[in-house]
Design a binder for this molecule. Sequence first.
Ligand code: ADP
Length: 520
Amino acid sequence: MAHLPAHAHPRSAVPELTRAALDGFAEAVGADHVLVGAACDEYADPYSFLGPETVRPSAVVLPGSVVDVQAVVRVAARHGVPLWPVSRGKNLGYGGAAPRVPGSAVVDLRRMDRIVEVNDELGYVVVEPGVTFLALAGHLRDIGSALMPSVPEIGWGSVLGNTLERGIGYTAHGDHSAFQCGMEVVLADGTVVRTGMGAKTGSEAFALFKGGYGPSIDGLFFQSNLGIVTRLGIWLMPRPESIAVCMVTAPEEDALAGLVEAIRPLLLDGTVQSTVVVANAVTIASMVSVRSDWYDGDGPMPDQVIDAITDRLHIGRWNAKFALYGPAPLVEARLEVIRAAIPEAELTVTTYAGDVNPADVHPADQVQLGIPSTDLIRMAAWSGGAPAHTDFSLVCPPTGHDAVRQMRIIRDRVEARGFDYSGVFIMNPRHAISLAPIPFDGNDPDRCRQVAGLVPELIAAASAAGYASYRSHTAFMDLVADQYDANDSALRRTVERIKEALDPQGILAAGKQGIWPRTS
Ligand code: ADP
Protein backbone atom coordinates (compact mmCIF):
# COMPACT_ATOMS: atom_id res chain seq x y z
CA MET A 1 0.00 0.00 0.00
CA ALA A 2 1.10 3.54 -0.68
CA HIS A 3 2.60 5.33 2.29
CA LEU A 4 0.13 7.75 3.89
CA PRO A 5 1.37 10.83 5.72
CA ALA A 6 0.75 10.57 9.44
CA HIS A 7 -1.52 13.63 9.47
CA ALA A 8 -3.81 12.45 6.63
CA HIS A 9 -7.55 12.58 6.86
CA PRO A 10 -9.05 10.19 9.48
CA ARG A 11 -11.26 7.63 7.77
CA SER A 12 -14.08 8.25 10.21
CA ALA A 13 -14.68 11.57 8.43
CA VAL A 14 -15.25 9.93 5.02
CA PRO A 15 -18.98 10.09 4.11
CA GLU A 16 -20.59 6.72 3.48
CA LEU A 17 -22.59 5.89 0.37
CA THR A 18 -26.13 4.58 0.75
CA ARG A 19 -26.68 0.82 0.74
CA ALA A 20 -28.82 1.24 -2.38
CA ALA A 21 -26.00 2.98 -4.28
CA LEU A 22 -23.46 0.32 -3.26
CA ASP A 23 -25.88 -2.45 -4.26
CA GLY A 24 -26.37 -0.69 -7.59
CA PHE A 25 -22.62 -0.60 -8.22
CA ALA A 26 -22.29 -4.25 -7.15
CA GLU A 27 -24.99 -5.20 -9.63
CA ALA A 28 -23.22 -3.19 -12.35
CA VAL A 29 -19.71 -4.64 -11.96
CA GLY A 30 -19.96 -7.54 -9.50
CA ALA A 31 -19.64 -7.26 -5.71
CA ASP A 32 -15.95 -8.24 -5.86
CA HIS A 33 -15.27 -5.12 -7.85
CA VAL A 34 -16.70 -2.60 -5.39
CA LEU A 35 -14.36 -1.50 -2.59
CA VAL A 36 -15.36 0.33 0.58
CA GLY A 37 -13.72 1.12 3.93
CA ALA A 38 -10.00 0.56 4.42
CA ALA A 39 -9.61 -0.70 0.83
CA CYS A 40 -10.23 2.89 -0.32
CA ASP A 41 -7.20 4.20 1.60
CA GLU A 42 -4.93 3.43 -1.32
CA TYR A 43 -6.91 5.91 -3.38
CA ALA A 44 -6.09 8.88 -1.15
CA ASP A 45 -3.29 11.13 -2.42
CA PRO A 46 -0.18 9.37 -1.07
CA TYR A 47 1.76 12.64 -1.36
CA SER A 48 -0.84 14.89 0.20
CA PHE A 49 0.35 18.10 1.83
CA LEU A 50 -3.18 19.14 2.79
CA GLY A 51 -3.49 17.54 6.23
CA PRO A 52 -7.17 17.29 7.27
CA GLU A 53 -8.27 18.67 3.88
CA THR A 54 -7.12 15.47 2.14
CA VAL A 55 -10.08 13.86 0.36
CA ARG A 56 -10.51 10.09 0.24
CA PRO A 57 -13.12 8.33 -1.88
CA SER A 58 -16.10 6.69 -0.18
CA ALA A 59 -16.05 3.73 -2.58
CA VAL A 60 -14.05 2.42 -5.53
CA VAL A 61 -15.76 0.76 -8.48
CA LEU A 62 -13.75 -1.32 -10.95
CA PRO A 63 -15.60 -1.88 -14.24
CA GLY A 64 -14.32 -4.57 -16.59
CA SER A 65 -15.86 -3.41 -19.86
CA VAL A 66 -17.51 -0.51 -21.67
CA VAL A 67 -20.89 -2.02 -20.79
CA ASP A 68 -19.86 -1.98 -17.11
CA VAL A 69 -18.84 1.69 -17.40
CA GLN A 70 -22.22 2.53 -18.91
CA ALA A 71 -23.95 0.74 -16.03
CA VAL A 72 -21.79 2.56 -13.46
CA VAL A 73 -22.62 6.05 -14.75
CA ARG A 74 -26.31 5.16 -14.76
CA VAL A 75 -26.19 3.91 -11.14
CA ALA A 76 -24.29 7.06 -10.13
CA ALA A 77 -26.90 9.27 -11.79
CA ARG A 78 -29.77 7.38 -10.15
CA HIS A 79 -28.27 7.70 -6.66
CA GLY A 80 -26.54 11.08 -7.07
CA VAL A 81 -23.03 9.68 -6.42
CA PRO A 82 -20.18 11.84 -7.78
CA LEU A 83 -17.70 9.75 -9.80
CA TRP A 84 -13.96 10.34 -10.27
CA PRO A 85 -12.57 8.21 -13.13
CA VAL A 86 -8.90 7.17 -13.15
CA SER A 87 -7.03 4.80 -15.44
CA ARG A 88 -4.21 3.55 -13.19
CA GLY A 89 -4.57 6.36 -10.66
CA LYS A 90 -0.86 7.06 -10.52
CA ASN A 91 -1.00 10.81 -11.20
CA LEU A 92 1.55 11.27 -8.40
CA GLY A 93 2.48 14.81 -7.53
CA TYR A 94 -0.85 16.04 -8.91
CA GLY A 95 -3.23 14.44 -6.40
CA GLY A 96 -2.94 10.70 -7.17
CA ALA A 97 -6.31 8.98 -7.62
CA ALA A 98 -8.15 11.12 -5.07
CA PRO A 99 -11.37 12.89 -6.08
CA ARG A 100 -12.07 16.53 -5.29
CA VAL A 101 -15.50 15.99 -3.72
CA PRO A 102 -16.00 14.06 -0.45
CA GLY A 103 -18.51 11.24 -0.89
CA SER A 104 -17.25 10.36 -4.40
CA ALA A 105 -16.71 6.92 -5.87
CA VAL A 106 -13.48 6.47 -7.80
CA VAL A 107 -14.03 4.59 -11.07
CA ASP A 108 -10.79 2.66 -11.42
CA LEU A 109 -10.39 1.43 -15.01
CA ARG A 110 -7.36 -0.82 -14.42
CA ARG A 111 -9.27 -4.01 -15.26
CA MET A 112 -9.82 -2.70 -18.79
CA ASP A 113 -6.25 -3.40 -19.80
CA ARG A 114 -6.41 -4.77 -23.33
CA ILE A 115 -4.04 -3.66 -26.04
CA VAL A 116 -6.77 -3.77 -28.63
CA GLU A 117 -4.59 -3.41 -31.73
CA VAL A 118 -0.95 -3.08 -32.73
CA ASN A 119 -0.58 -1.99 -36.33
CA ASP A 120 3.06 -2.14 -37.44
CA GLU A 121 2.19 -1.36 -41.03
CA LEU A 122 0.52 1.96 -40.25
CA GLY A 123 2.29 2.83 -36.99
CA TYR A 124 -0.31 2.92 -34.26
CA VAL A 125 -1.76 1.10 -31.27
CA VAL A 126 -5.23 1.18 -29.75
CA VAL A 127 -5.30 0.79 -25.96
CA GLU A 128 -7.76 0.59 -23.10
CA PRO A 129 -7.27 2.71 -19.95
CA GLY A 130 -5.61 0.01 -17.83
CA VAL A 131 -2.61 -0.45 -20.17
CA THR A 132 0.55 0.86 -18.51
CA PHE A 133 3.66 2.06 -20.32
CA LEU A 134 5.51 -0.95 -18.87
CA ALA A 135 2.85 -3.32 -20.24
CA LEU A 136 2.76 -1.70 -23.68
CA ALA A 137 6.56 -1.68 -24.07
CA GLY A 138 6.75 -5.30 -22.86
CA HIS A 139 4.02 -6.40 -25.25
CA LEU A 140 5.61 -4.68 -28.26
CA ARG A 141 8.89 -6.46 -27.51
CA ASP A 142 7.19 -9.82 -26.86
CA ILE A 143 5.42 -9.82 -30.22
CA GLY A 144 8.48 -8.46 -32.07
CA SER A 145 6.62 -5.33 -33.11
CA ALA A 146 8.33 -2.85 -35.39
CA LEU A 147 7.07 0.03 -33.21
CA MET A 148 8.72 1.97 -30.39
CA PRO A 149 6.61 3.60 -27.65
CA SER A 150 7.22 6.96 -26.04
CA VAL A 151 7.30 6.78 -22.24
CA PRO A 152 7.34 9.29 -19.36
CA GLU A 153 9.94 9.18 -16.55
CA ILE A 154 7.97 6.58 -14.63
CA GLY A 155 6.39 3.68 -16.50
CA TRP A 156 3.71 2.42 -14.12
CA GLY A 157 1.05 4.93 -15.21
CA SER A 158 -1.60 4.51 -17.87
CA VAL A 159 -0.76 5.30 -21.50
CA LEU A 160 -4.31 6.57 -22.01
CA GLY A 161 -4.44 8.51 -18.71
CA ASN A 162 -1.07 10.17 -19.34
CA THR A 163 -2.04 11.14 -22.88
CA LEU A 164 -5.35 12.65 -21.70
CA GLU A 165 -3.46 14.71 -19.10
CA ARG A 166 -1.08 15.98 -21.84
CA GLY A 167 1.82 14.03 -20.36
CA ILE A 168 5.33 14.18 -21.74
CA GLY A 169 7.80 11.63 -23.10
CA TYR A 170 11.30 11.94 -24.54
CA THR A 171 11.26 10.47 -28.04
CA ALA A 172 10.14 12.04 -31.32
CA HIS A 173 6.58 11.32 -30.13
CA GLY A 174 7.16 12.84 -26.69
CA ASP A 175 4.34 15.39 -26.92
CA HIS A 176 1.89 12.58 -26.12
CA SER A 177 -1.43 14.32 -26.72
CA ALA A 178 -0.25 15.42 -30.20
CA PHE A 179 -0.02 11.76 -31.25
CA GLN A 180 -3.51 10.70 -30.15
CA CYS A 181 -5.89 9.72 -32.94
CA GLY A 182 -9.29 8.16 -32.32
CA MET A 183 -11.15 7.98 -29.03
CA GLU A 184 -14.04 6.07 -27.50
CA VAL A 185 -15.88 7.83 -24.67
CA VAL A 186 -18.76 6.95 -22.35
CA LEU A 187 -20.82 10.05 -21.59
CA ALA A 188 -22.63 10.70 -18.31
CA ASP A 189 -25.90 9.34 -19.73
CA GLY A 190 -24.25 6.12 -20.88
CA THR A 191 -23.94 7.05 -24.57
CA VAL A 192 -20.79 5.57 -26.18
CA VAL A 193 -19.21 8.02 -28.66
CA ARG A 194 -16.41 7.23 -31.08
CA THR A 195 -14.67 10.29 -32.46
CA GLY A 196 -13.19 11.03 -35.89
CA MET A 197 -13.33 8.11 -38.31
CA GLY A 198 -14.52 5.86 -35.47
CA ALA A 199 -17.93 7.47 -35.99
CA LYS A 200 -18.26 5.63 -39.32
CA THR A 201 -19.50 2.06 -38.88
CA GLY A 202 -17.00 -0.33 -40.43
CA SER A 203 -14.23 2.25 -40.91
CA GLU A 204 -10.68 0.93 -40.56
CA ALA A 205 -9.37 4.48 -40.04
CA PHE A 206 -10.23 4.98 -36.32
CA ALA A 207 -6.58 5.66 -35.48
CA LEU A 208 -5.49 7.08 -38.86
CA PHE A 209 -7.31 10.36 -39.57
CA LYS A 210 -7.99 12.72 -36.68
CA GLY A 211 -10.56 14.83 -38.46
CA GLY A 212 -13.40 12.62 -39.55
CA TYR A 213 -16.21 14.84 -40.74
CA GLY A 214 -17.36 18.07 -39.13
CA PRO A 215 -16.31 19.50 -35.77
CA SER A 216 -13.62 17.56 -33.97
CA ILE A 217 -14.53 16.86 -30.34
CA ASP A 218 -11.52 14.85 -29.14
CA GLY A 219 -10.12 17.95 -27.43
CA LEU A 220 -13.18 18.09 -25.16
CA PHE A 221 -12.03 14.94 -23.40
CA PHE A 222 -8.46 15.99 -22.56
CA GLN A 223 -8.08 17.03 -18.87
CA SER A 224 -11.84 16.89 -18.83
CA ASN A 225 -14.91 15.87 -16.87
CA LEU A 226 -17.19 15.49 -19.90
CA GLY A 227 -16.82 11.72 -20.32
CA ILE A 228 -14.97 8.54 -19.36
CA VAL A 229 -12.51 7.58 -22.09
CA THR A 230 -12.47 3.82 -22.66
CA ARG A 231 -10.25 3.49 -25.73
CA LEU A 232 -7.55 5.58 -27.40
CA GLY A 233 -5.61 5.33 -30.66
CA ILE A 234 -1.97 6.43 -30.39
CA TRP A 235 0.58 6.88 -33.17
CA LEU A 236 3.92 5.23 -32.46
CA MET A 237 7.17 5.72 -34.37
CA PRO A 238 8.82 2.79 -36.15
CA ARG A 239 11.75 1.47 -34.12
CA PRO A 240 14.68 3.17 -35.89
CA GLU A 241 17.84 1.49 -37.12
CA SER A 242 19.99 3.85 -35.07
CA ILE A 243 19.55 6.17 -32.08
CA ALA A 244 22.04 8.81 -30.91
CA VAL A 245 21.47 10.14 -27.39
CA CYS A 246 23.09 13.56 -26.97
CA MET A 247 23.91 15.27 -23.68
CA VAL A 248 25.04 18.89 -23.50
CA THR A 249 26.57 19.86 -20.14
CA ALA A 250 26.83 23.61 -19.60
CA PRO A 251 29.07 24.32 -16.61
CA GLU A 252 27.86 27.80 -15.67
CA GLU A 253 24.72 28.65 -13.69
CA ASP A 254 23.91 31.44 -16.18
CA ALA A 255 24.12 29.08 -19.19
CA LEU A 256 20.37 28.42 -19.40
CA ALA A 257 19.47 31.18 -21.88
CA GLY A 258 22.34 30.29 -24.23
CA LEU A 259 21.47 26.61 -24.13
CA VAL A 260 17.81 27.23 -24.97
CA GLU A 261 18.75 29.62 -27.79
CA ALA A 262 21.24 27.09 -29.25
CA ILE A 263 18.74 24.23 -29.20
CA ARG A 264 15.52 25.90 -30.38
CA PRO A 265 16.59 26.34 -34.04
CA LEU A 266 17.64 22.68 -34.12
CA LEU A 267 14.18 21.67 -32.91
CA LEU A 268 12.37 24.07 -35.20
CA ASP A 269 14.13 22.85 -38.36
CA GLY A 270 13.70 19.19 -37.39
CA THR A 271 17.40 18.38 -36.83
CA VAL A 272 16.56 17.36 -33.25
CA GLN A 273 13.56 15.05 -33.35
CA SER A 274 12.90 14.31 -29.69
CA THR A 275 11.67 16.62 -26.97
CA VAL A 276 14.69 18.18 -25.26
CA VAL A 277 14.93 18.00 -21.49
CA VAL A 278 17.08 20.65 -19.88
CA ALA A 279 17.68 19.93 -16.18
CA ASN A 280 19.71 21.62 -13.48
CA ALA A 281 22.26 19.82 -11.30
CA VAL A 282 19.94 19.41 -8.30
CA THR A 283 17.32 17.67 -10.48
CA ILE A 284 19.86 15.17 -11.75
CA ALA A 285 21.27 14.62 -8.25
CA SER A 286 17.76 13.87 -6.96
CA MET A 287 17.44 11.05 -9.49
CA VAL A 288 20.54 9.22 -8.28
CA SER A 289 21.07 10.25 -4.66
CA VAL A 290 19.45 11.79 -1.60
CA ARG A 291 20.06 15.28 -0.28
CA SER A 292 21.81 14.06 2.88
CA ASP A 293 24.51 12.45 0.68
CA TRP A 294 25.59 16.00 -0.09
CA TYR A 295 24.33 18.33 2.61
CA ASP A 296 22.61 18.20 5.98
CA GLY A 297 21.83 21.85 6.68
CA ASP A 298 18.45 23.59 6.54
CA GLY A 299 17.51 25.89 3.69
CA PRO A 300 18.57 25.66 0.04
CA MET A 301 21.91 24.01 -0.65
CA PRO A 302 24.80 26.45 -0.84
CA ASP A 303 26.63 26.99 -4.11
CA GLN A 304 29.75 25.05 -3.07
CA VAL A 305 27.65 21.95 -2.45
CA ILE A 306 26.18 22.20 -5.96
CA ASP A 307 29.73 22.54 -7.29
CA ALA A 308 30.61 19.31 -5.50
CA ILE A 309 27.59 17.63 -7.13
CA THR A 310 28.56 18.73 -10.64
CA ASP A 311 32.16 17.58 -10.08
CA ARG A 312 31.25 14.20 -8.70
CA LEU A 313 28.46 13.42 -11.19
CA HIS A 314 30.34 14.91 -14.18
CA ILE A 315 27.42 17.11 -15.08
CA GLY A 316 26.89 20.81 -15.71
CA ARG A 317 24.86 23.37 -13.81
CA TRP A 318 22.42 22.95 -16.74
CA ASN A 319 22.21 19.78 -18.83
CA ALA A 320 20.29 19.24 -22.06
CA LYS A 321 19.40 15.80 -23.31
CA PHE A 322 17.84 14.79 -26.62
CA ALA A 323 17.99 12.05 -29.24
CA LEU A 324 18.24 11.53 -33.00
CA TYR A 325 16.54 8.63 -34.76
CA GLY A 326 16.58 6.95 -38.15
CA PRO A 327 18.78 5.10 -40.62
CA ALA A 328 22.43 5.33 -39.48
CA PRO A 329 23.57 7.73 -42.27
CA LEU A 330 20.74 10.15 -41.45
CA VAL A 331 21.56 10.07 -37.75
CA GLU A 332 25.21 10.79 -38.63
CA ALA A 333 24.18 13.73 -40.82
CA ARG A 334 22.06 15.19 -38.02
CA LEU A 335 24.97 14.73 -35.61
CA GLU A 336 27.21 16.73 -37.92
CA VAL A 337 24.79 19.67 -37.75
CA ILE A 338 24.65 19.38 -33.96
CA ARG A 339 28.44 19.26 -33.61
CA ALA A 340 28.64 22.51 -35.57
CA ALA A 341 26.14 24.18 -33.22
CA ILE A 342 27.25 22.94 -29.77
CA PRO A 343 30.74 23.42 -28.26
CA GLU A 344 32.67 20.14 -28.52
CA ALA A 345 33.71 20.17 -24.85
CA GLU A 346 30.06 20.22 -23.74
CA LEU A 347 28.65 17.49 -26.03
CA THR A 348 28.56 13.74 -25.28
CA VAL A 349 26.99 11.34 -27.78
CA THR A 350 26.05 7.71 -27.15
CA THR A 351 24.85 5.71 -30.14
CA TYR A 352 22.63 2.64 -29.86
CA ALA A 353 21.22 0.20 -32.39
CA GLY A 354 17.44 0.58 -32.44
CA ASP A 355 17.00 -3.07 -31.46
CA VAL A 356 19.46 -2.88 -28.54
CA ASN A 357 18.71 -5.11 -25.58
CA PRO A 358 17.17 -2.81 -22.90
CA ALA A 359 19.59 -4.28 -20.34
CA ASP A 360 22.47 -2.78 -22.35
CA VAL A 361 21.08 0.77 -22.29
CA HIS A 362 22.45 3.21 -19.71
CA PRO A 363 19.64 3.87 -17.19
CA ALA A 364 19.88 7.61 -17.85
CA ASP A 365 19.27 7.07 -21.61
CA GLN A 366 16.28 4.73 -21.32
CA VAL A 367 13.46 7.21 -21.86
CA GLN A 368 15.06 8.48 -25.09
CA LEU A 369 14.81 4.85 -26.31
CA GLY A 370 11.22 4.40 -25.16
CA ILE A 371 12.20 1.99 -22.37
CA PRO A 372 10.00 2.49 -19.30
CA SER A 373 11.23 2.08 -15.75
CA THR A 374 10.11 3.07 -12.26
CA ASP A 375 13.56 4.13 -10.99
CA LEU A 376 13.02 7.85 -11.10
CA ILE A 377 10.38 7.87 -8.36
CA ARG A 378 13.39 7.92 -6.06
CA MET A 379 13.50 11.71 -6.55
CA ALA A 380 10.55 11.88 -4.09
CA ALA A 381 12.94 10.68 -1.37
CA TRP A 382 15.38 13.59 -1.88
CA SER A 383 14.52 15.36 1.39
CA GLY A 384 14.38 12.27 3.60
CA GLY A 385 11.44 11.27 5.82
CA ALA A 386 8.28 10.10 4.03
CA PRO A 387 8.95 10.42 0.27
CA ALA A 388 6.57 12.89 -1.38
CA HIS A 389 6.63 15.44 -4.18
CA THR A 390 4.47 17.81 -6.11
CA ASP A 391 5.29 19.38 -9.45
CA PHE A 392 4.74 22.96 -10.52
CA SER A 393 4.68 23.54 -14.26
CA LEU A 394 4.28 26.50 -16.61
CA VAL A 395 3.86 26.84 -20.34
CA CYS A 396 6.92 28.72 -21.62
CA PRO A 397 7.81 30.11 -25.04
CA PRO A 398 11.04 28.23 -25.88
CA THR A 399 13.29 31.30 -25.74
CA GLY A 400 16.25 31.97 -23.48
CA HIS A 401 14.61 35.17 -22.23
CA ASP A 402 11.41 33.40 -21.12
CA ALA A 403 13.23 30.40 -19.66
CA VAL A 404 15.35 32.65 -17.44
CA ARG A 405 12.39 34.83 -16.47
CA GLN A 406 10.37 31.78 -15.39
CA MET A 407 13.36 30.21 -13.67
CA ARG A 408 13.79 33.34 -11.53
CA ILE A 409 10.08 33.54 -10.66
CA ILE A 410 10.15 29.94 -9.47
CA ARG A 411 13.61 29.77 -7.96
CA ASP A 412 13.25 32.85 -5.72
CA ARG A 413 10.04 31.59 -4.16
CA VAL A 414 11.09 27.95 -3.84
CA GLU A 415 14.30 28.95 -2.07
CA ALA A 416 12.58 31.54 0.14
CA ARG A 417 10.60 28.66 1.67
CA GLY A 418 13.72 26.65 2.28
CA PHE A 419 13.55 24.15 -0.59
CA ASP A 420 16.34 23.34 -3.03
CA TYR A 421 15.52 24.58 -6.52
CA SER A 422 15.02 21.73 -9.01
CA GLY A 423 14.50 23.15 -12.49
CA VAL A 424 13.54 21.37 -15.71
CA PHE A 425 12.63 22.77 -19.15
CA ILE A 426 11.12 20.36 -21.59
CA MET A 427 11.49 21.90 -25.01
CA ASN A 428 9.39 21.36 -28.11
CA PRO A 429 9.79 23.39 -31.33
CA ARG A 430 7.16 25.98 -30.33
CA HIS A 431 6.62 25.60 -26.60
CA ALA A 432 8.47 24.48 -23.55
CA ILE A 433 7.15 23.22 -20.24
CA SER A 434 8.99 24.73 -17.34
CA LEU A 435 8.76 22.26 -14.51
CA ALA A 436 9.79 22.52 -10.88
CA PRO A 437 9.64 19.18 -9.06
CA ILE A 438 9.24 19.91 -5.33
CA PRO A 439 10.24 16.89 -3.22
CA PHE A 440 9.33 17.09 0.47
CA ASP A 441 9.01 15.01 3.64
CA GLY A 442 5.31 14.07 3.71
CA ASN A 443 5.49 13.46 7.44
CA ASP A 444 6.77 16.92 8.28
CA PRO A 445 3.75 19.22 8.88
CA ASP A 446 5.88 22.33 8.46
CA ARG A 447 7.19 21.24 5.03
CA CYS A 448 3.63 20.30 4.00
CA ARG A 449 2.40 23.76 5.02
CA GLN A 450 5.24 25.35 3.04
CA VAL A 451 4.26 23.38 -0.09
CA ALA A 452 0.60 24.35 0.35
CA GLY A 453 1.63 28.01 0.59
CA LEU A 454 4.28 27.94 -2.11
CA VAL A 455 2.24 26.64 -5.05
CA PRO A 456 -0.47 29.38 -4.97
CA GLU A 457 2.31 31.93 -4.60
CA LEU A 458 4.01 30.55 -7.73
CA ILE A 459 0.72 30.53 -9.64
CA ALA A 460 0.05 34.19 -8.76
CA ALA A 461 3.58 35.40 -9.52
CA ALA A 462 3.71 33.54 -12.84
CA SER A 463 0.27 34.84 -13.77
CA ALA A 464 1.27 38.44 -13.08
CA ALA A 465 4.11 37.92 -15.58
CA GLY A 466 1.71 36.52 -18.21
CA TYR A 467 2.37 32.80 -17.68
CA ALA A 468 0.09 29.92 -16.67
CA SER A 469 0.25 26.22 -15.82
CA TYR A 470 -0.87 23.54 -18.27
CA ARG A 471 -1.57 21.02 -15.49
CA SER A 472 -2.00 21.18 -11.73
CA HIS A 473 -2.51 19.30 -8.51
CA THR A 474 -6.23 18.81 -7.80
CA ALA A 475 -5.93 21.21 -4.84
CA PHE A 476 -5.08 24.12 -7.17
CA MET A 477 -7.28 23.34 -10.18
CA ASP A 478 -9.67 26.23 -9.48
CA LEU A 479 -6.86 28.70 -8.94
CA VAL A 480 -5.11 27.75 -12.19
CA ALA A 481 -8.41 27.90 -14.08
CA ASP A 482 -8.91 31.43 -12.68
CA GLN A 483 -5.73 32.54 -14.48
CA TYR A 484 -7.26 31.69 -17.89
CA ASP A 485 -9.40 34.79 -17.54
CA ALA A 486 -9.57 36.41 -20.99
CA ASN A 487 -12.96 37.93 -21.94
CA ASP A 488 -14.43 37.37 -18.52
CA SER A 489 -13.24 33.73 -18.47
CA ALA A 490 -15.10 32.99 -21.71
CA LEU A 491 -13.30 29.69 -22.27
CA ARG A 492 -14.26 28.33 -18.86
CA ARG A 493 -17.84 29.57 -19.22
CA THR A 494 -18.10 27.86 -22.60
CA VAL A 495 -16.88 24.54 -21.19
CA GLU A 496 -19.35 24.93 -18.29
CA ARG A 497 -22.15 25.22 -20.83
CA ILE A 498 -20.98 22.04 -22.53
CA LYS A 499 -20.78 20.37 -19.09
CA GLU A 500 -24.36 21.40 -18.39
CA ALA A 501 -25.48 19.88 -21.71
CA LEU A 502 -23.57 16.58 -21.40
CA ASP A 503 -23.72 15.99 -17.63
CA PRO A 504 -26.59 18.04 -16.20
CA GLN A 505 -26.49 16.17 -12.88
CA GLY A 506 -22.78 16.84 -12.51
CA ILE A 507 -21.86 13.19 -11.94
CA LEU A 508 -18.45 13.13 -13.61
CA ALA A 509 -15.25 14.43 -11.95
CA ALA A 510 -16.70 17.62 -10.46
CA GLY A 511 -14.07 20.33 -10.19
CA LYS A 512 -11.67 18.68 -12.63
CA GLN A 513 -9.54 21.49 -14.09
CA GLY A 514 -11.80 24.00 -12.32
CA ILE A 515 -14.97 23.01 -14.18
CA TRP A 516 -17.89 22.53 -11.78
CA PRO A 517 -21.42 21.48 -12.60
CA ARG A 518 -24.14 24.05 -11.92
CA THR A 519 -25.69 21.70 -9.37
CA SER A 520 -22.75 21.89 -6.94
P1 ADP B 1 -1.82 7.62 -14.54
O1 ADP B 1 -2.18 6.27 -14.07
O2 ADP B 1 -1.23 7.70 -15.89
O3 ADP B 1 -1.03 8.42 -13.55
P2 ADP B 1 -4.45 8.50 -13.87
O4 ADP B 1 -5.23 7.29 -14.11
O5 ADP B 1 -4.17 8.89 -12.46
O6 ADP B 1 -3.14 8.46 -14.72
O7 ADP B 1 -5.15 9.70 -14.63
C1 ADP B 1 -4.84 11.02 -14.38
C2 ADP B 1 -6.11 11.84 -14.43
O8 ADP B 1 -6.63 11.80 -15.76
C3 ADP B 1 -7.21 11.29 -13.57
O9 ADP B 1 -7.17 11.85 -12.28
C4 ADP B 1 -8.47 11.72 -14.31
O10 ADP B 1 -8.81 13.05 -13.96
C5 ADP B 1 -8.04 11.68 -15.74
N1 ADP B 1 -8.38 10.41 -16.39
C6 ADP B 1 -7.64 9.29 -16.36
N2 ADP B 1 -8.20 8.32 -17.05
C7 ADP B 1 -9.35 8.81 -17.55
C8 ADP B 1 -10.37 8.27 -18.38
N3 ADP B 1 -10.28 7.03 -18.84
N4 ADP B 1 -11.41 9.06 -18.69
C9 ADP B 1 -11.49 10.33 -18.25
N5 ADP B 1 -10.54 10.90 -17.48
C10 ADP B 1 -9.48 10.15 -17.12
